[in-house]
Design a protein around this ligand. Sequence first.
Ligand code: NAP
Ligand code: MG
Length: 488
Amino acid sequence: MTDLERRGDRSPVPAGWTYAPAPESTEIVSLQERYGLFVGGEWLEGAEHYTTISPRDEAPLAEVAQAGEADVHHAVAVAREAFSTWSALAPSERAKYLFRIARILAERSREFAVLESLNGGKPIKESRDVDLPLAAAHFFYYAGWADKLEYAFPNQDPRPIGVAGQIIPWNFPLLMLAWKIAPALAAGNTVVLKPAETTPLTALLFCDVLRQAELPPGTVNIVTGDGRTGAALVDADIDKVAFTGSTEVGKAIQRRLAGTGKRVTLELGGKAANIVFDDCALDQAVEGIVNGIYFNQGHVCCAGSRLFVQESIYEPVVEKLKRRMATLRVGDPLDKNTDVGAINSRMQLDRITELVEAGQAEGAEIYQPPCRLPERGYWFAPTVFTNVAQSYRIAQEEIFGPVLSVLTFRTPDEAVEKANNTPYGLSAGIWTEKGSRILWMAERLRAGVVWANTFNRFDPTSPFGGYKESGFGREGGRHGLEPYLSFS
Ligand code: NAP
Ligand code: MG
């Protein structure tokens, strides 16, 4: 028996015991007071501005331009002009620029990681060890494809489509930018990208990387602003929309685009099932459950927010899970020991709070480990609900926060049926020692990505995307090039 188990109380660590603070210095980041729009390789002055803050303490960080319709149209016209040069460049030359961007991102990764955590609230250890390495890896990966499109799509004469309008969310700001920009450029398109309103700063710092890489002006343009800027981009003279965000806005975009001939890919919400069978490696599964829902405060479209536990192991799983949750350190995103950082915005915090209250009102049982939340900023304790019925809002709606709903099943058939009982279909997880069961389940789960004995694993070579209300189109891998190419 380990010391922890012998202690027998509910808390696996002595009361009052804690890590010493290990704050990452923010000195490496130098912010401008005010940012304009990055168009044609230049900074254009915006007419209106808003303040972007840090969710950890609500401190203002910088003024950011709110691009209006005319600004967006101008950026698109500039991208259109740049298209003739960029698409005519030898593919091996395009690849060199992408490699250069990848290398600069890797070199400046600490600066980017600190800024990502500062503006978005995610723990520095995640920005540092996940977001930044993956963002650079995406550019490296697609750089490799730029001069091999003929081999990726033989006898199909792959050609770039023109100007891509790209709209991204706030949960993985730089990584989503990389997912969007890298394949678009590799395929020979030019880009106008709108970052999320609450997390524009790493996209703006990325403009500096583009200049350092001497990317031809106008190839990538960044316009900041809120949903209105996104809507203007959808309506502008672009050839393709690539959107990641909520199902609601995704549907609105699809309606707007109907009949226009513009191409579209949508990466929307999710309500993933993480399914634990009684023959699994239990401690490993508990780590996977925790990673599945508390990674990035649960602000993850593929988060494992519905846990399905086989009835025979329900009690040990829930007990181990609660003990593990008590060791999660919630707090300053810039502290290297932090596991769960700040909620991205007041709006998101309100949404999480509302859904958690609905869960309690509907009769689910809530557990939150004792943790002291900072007074300023936006915080939510890691939360788990038991006694959840499939019809509850917390089992149906995407919460996009550190909130897990636990349900049970008896047979694999029942697990599949319950897991698929959602309008979404982005991802799923299976925990079992039995290989044949993994294959049997994966075949039947209506989800774009199915993880086995792991969760939230990403790799640029692997296609990612949804079914049903989680959207359509794939990002990553060879598949990720297709939406940016036309074929004969
Ligand atoms: P969202 O409103 O869909 O935002 C995604 C992006 O679209 C942002 O850049 C947003 O700008 C922009 N946008 C908003 N309205 C638009 C419109 N009418 N036309 C074009 N673009 C528009 O999502 P959110 O407000 O960030 O979060 C709301 C919910 O979406 C979350 O609770 C979560 O459930 C879901 N979500 C899913 C993902 C995912 O990865 N699948 C990511 C983030 C959020 P603003 O930033 O100014 O809103
Ligand atoms: Mg929004």
